[in-house]
Design a protein around this ligand. Structure first.
Ligand code: ARG
Length: 591
């Protein structure tokens, strides 16, 4: 149990008579001048009981049994109760942490099954920077859930079905350049797609209505959908070529999946989904299509099937079958959701995509709740959405010529830029080692820059900022870890945690207390899917470590003091390494 949970337990016991139903919390203090932990319970209860908060605080303190852990509690401001840990309690707790493989992270009360739907690029299109956020965020969330002790299912819902294959098939049969395909399959598929798409647009501009090219595309698509062997073969080849390129990016990023059930995987169930929605009167015919409308059961503001315009609220239905009889993205996602529920009985399903899909997921979840109330009750469905990556000009991040940036090019550039920096700092290291460090630093910088901002805000992509060794960056955190490792390389004897730990200096105590927070931070990250909370914690920990290291000599200290300080360094190193690892970022031994 973390210290904050332990103190929370004690606090609840203390207020049990006063307010049996209250669930007050003790949390880490925001400013250490006021103690280490605090609670506003007295202010909250005073409102309900119409009492004086400071008096109530005094009364609660009288019952609060924390003498084994804390100095005498203090009342501050309007009625905050401030708690300061006693140095012996800090040392004892730190000794426990030092021998704990989980670094103070509590086991979950209940092990959950969490499906993480992330990355999910589209076949025959290069993965672009938009997919980077999904891949990096989703991977970090899955790693954190796994470390806490949950069971995760990592599912890559690739876009391998849909109208684009009509154009791709026409292009494949008429204008494919085999040499270009062998060199860079996705680039060639993209060229083919764009050329055919462009031709259709030109034809349409000349003569509205169906055009020869448009007709060819529809015919090829229909053949694919009805199982034509040749088209299926070409389609499979396009998937194979795309997957190979996706896999190389995943390899470079160190990201893995348990399943890659693309959209096409669900084709066999689509007709049944549509029939079932119709049968249960959830979907109704509308202008030839099949749509789900609002059931008017909630507030219009919360209703994803209503939209407001100048005349008031009007329908904004979710289409589940197009007028030509085809299923769409929503139908596929409904089949996917049903499949996941039946296959894994998950407690949570987390979808990581950009913010433009918010309406899609609100509607999807709402349709599912009406369609399968018996399944929907037991699962938390979460759309974990994120903002855009912007260029220095504040517009969506593009190459100088205005093309979308390919993820693989971006990652290669990160490693190259990092190699320059590493070579400047360590010209003496052999090239192979410099390259390995540069790989770790370059990829770490890109990932960290992506995870650090609040995920719902846009952020400006800046090589200089993310690769800086100063400030809240991956290189800074990696360097902090390296600094700690270098201390241990200087030891003559192997390090062993001392049997008894004593901490006296403020900087020693401060660092130990910062380390205790790791166990509070990780569950918080998972509660609302915010890896930035972990990133910020690691930055604060690194800063706290540097202040400690300035105030307290380690190698120059002697005897027990030296051993205690080494233990602080060792645990800090492990928390930094583990924390970065949970963000998908490696920590080099030297740099
Ligand atoms: N392929 C989609 C895209 O690139 C993302 C799919 C997300 N997952 C889902 N179950 N809809 O935008």
């Amino acid at each position: 149990m973390t210290i904050s949970s332990l103190l929370t337990q004690r606090l609840r016991a203390a207020v049990a008579d006063l307010a049996p139903d209250a669930q007050p919390q003790v949390s880490a203090a925001s400013d250490s001048r006021f103690g280490d932990y605090q609670t506003n319970v007295a202010m909250v209860l005073a409102k309900a009981l119409r009492g004086n908060p400071r008096q109530l605080a005094q009364q609660i303190i009288g019952k609060l049994d924390v003498a084994d852990l804390c100095e005498t509690p203090e009342i501050a401001g309007a009625g905050f109760i401030n708690l300061r840990l006693r140095p012996e309690a800090v040392a004892a707790r730190f000794a426990e942490l030092a021998s704990d493989e989980r670094l103070g992270v509590p086991r979950p009360e209940r092990v959950k099954t969490i499906v993480v739907d992330f990355s999910s690029p589209n076949v025959a299109k290069p993965m672009h920077v938009g997919h980077i956020r999904s891949t990096i965020l989703g991977d970090a969330l899955a790693r954190i859930a796994e470390f806490i002790g949950h069971r995760t299912v990592r599912d890559n819902h690739i876009g391998d079905w849909g109208k684009q294959f009509g154009m791709l098939l026409v292009g494949w049969k008429t204008i494919l350049d085999q040499d270009a395909l062998a060199r860079d399959p996705i680039a060639e598929l993209e060229r083919v797609y764009k050329t055919i798409n462009g031709a259709i647009q030109d034809e349409k501009a000349g003569a509205p209505g169906e055009t020869p090219m448009g007709r060819a595309v529809s015919e090829e698509l229909l053949k694919l959908q009805s199982g034509d062997a040749e088209n299926l073969g070409i389609w499979r080849e396009m998937i194979r070529l795309s997957q190979a390129q996706f896999d190389s990016v995943y390899g470079q990023l160190g990201v893995r999946f348990d399943f890659t059930h693309g959209e096409s995987f669900y084709n066999e169930w689509l007709a049944a989904v549509i029939a079932s929605l119709r049968e249960r009167d959830i979907a109704t015919a509308s202008e030839g299509a099949l749509c789900v409308f609002s059931d008017r059961s909630g507030k219009p503001e919360d209703d994803p099937f209503l939209i407001k315009d100048q005349d008031g609220w009007r329908d904004n239905p979710a289409m589940v079958q197009k007028s030509d009889g085809a299923a769409n993205y929503t139908t596929t996602d409904l089949a996917t959701l049903e499949y996941r529920m039946k296959t894994w009985s998950p407690d949570e399903i987390v979808y990581v995509t950009d913010g433009r899909q918010q309406l899609h997921f609100r509607q999807l979840f709402a349709v599912f709740r009406r369609w399968h109330p018996e399944l929907a009750g037991s699962v938390r469905l979460a759309h974990v959405w994120f903002g855009s990556i912007l260029g220095a000009d504040g517009k969506p991040f593009k190459t100088r010529t205005g093309e979308t940036i390919r993820l693989s090019d971006l990652l290669d550039e990160a490693e190259e830029r990092a190699l320059k920096l590493v070579s400047e700092k360590n010209p003496e290291l052999p090239e192979e080692e410099r390259r390995e460090i540069a790989r770790i630093v370059g990829l770490g910088a890109v990932k960290y820059a992506d995870l650090l901002p609040n995920r719902q805000s846009d952020y400006v992509f800046s090589w200089d900022k993310m690769l800086s060794f100063q400030g809240n960056t991956a290189p800074y955190l990696q360097y902090s870890y390296v600094r700690i490792r270098s201390i241990f390389r200087k030891l003559d004897e192997p390090f062993a945690t001392p049997a008894r730990i004593e901490l006296t200096e403020a900087a020693e105590l401060g660092l130990a207390k910062k380390l205790f927070h790791f166990g509070d931070v990780l569950p918080q990250v998972l509660d609302d899917y915010r890896p930035n909370v972990l990133a910020n914690y690691l930055f604060e920990l690194a800063n706290t470590f540097h202040s400690f290291y300035e105030a307290c000599p380690v190698l120059k200290a002697e005897g027990a003091t030296r051993a205690n300080r080494l233990a602080l360094c060792e645990v800090t190193g492990r928390v930094l390494q583990r924390g970065l690892g949970l963000l998908g970022i490696e920590a080099p031994e030297r740099m």
